[in-house]
Design a protein around this ligand. Structure first.
Ligand code: GRF
Length: 189
């Protein structure tokens, strides 16, 4: 199965996917990594692994992902032979024109037990809220924000002395285990 990854940041989840492929626990080929952030370390990680990595130019819009750009990106992924798309810290909302090109073939990982704490910095929301448990969720992407059908979750405790950083780190460790595992299960089906 040919995978494409979209991200905006450090790419630690991309790295977990690359490592699982390398270790032979994920039988897939990573063919294309796209980032809307030219500074994103995710691009560097991809190139180091010999994977084609390109910038999505959203024309100066900070968070908007214009429809015509969505179509262009979806077709770029199709042309690369991508069969499954993994969003990994991608900070723009993927909408219908994109979803239509890959029906039920786009996954996302989110740092909370959805439907709790959708949106930005979910780990911070959990700490501020006094939650005693959090975790991460892999779900199919629909046109909402972190609303698509849930595939699998992993739980972590939240301790009373946790800071945003300590909780985020604990959640990320679970993300790096969960995401490759779910992808491997899905491509077996
Ligand atoms: C992760 O915490 C993920 O859940 C969220 O954004 C973060 C991406 O981190 N959607 P990275 O770029 O994979 O390191």
């Amino acid at each position: 199965t040919k995978i494409g990854v979209l991200g905006s940041g450090s790419g630690s989840n991309l790295q977990a996917i690359l490592d699982a492929i390398e270790a032979g626990t994920l039988n897939a080929e990573l063919v294309l990594v796209l980032s809307d952030n030219p500074e994103g370390y995710i691009l560097e990680r991809a190139r180091r692994a010999g994977v084609t990595a390109e910038v999505i130019d959203c024309g100066g819009f900070k968070t908007k992902f214009p429809d015509e750009k969505q179509v262009e990106v979806a077709h770029r992924l199709k042309d690369a032979g991508v069969e499954l798309i993994c969003l990994a810290g991608f900070m723009r909302l993927v909408k219908q024109p994109f979803l239509d090109v890959f029906p039920r073939r786009i996954l996302n990982i989110h740092p909370s037990l959805l439907p709790a704490y959708p949106g930005l910095m979910a780990w911070k929301q959990a700490v501020n809220d006094g939650a005693t448990e959090s975790g991460c969720t892999v779900h199919y992407v629909d046109a909402g924000m972190d609303t698509g059908p849930i595939i699998k979750q992993a739980r972590v405790p939240v301790y009373s002395n946790d800071t945003e950083e300590t909780l985020h780190k604990r959640i990320q460790e679970e993300e790096h285990r969960l995401y490759p595992e779910v992808i491997a299960e899905l491509i077996k089906c």
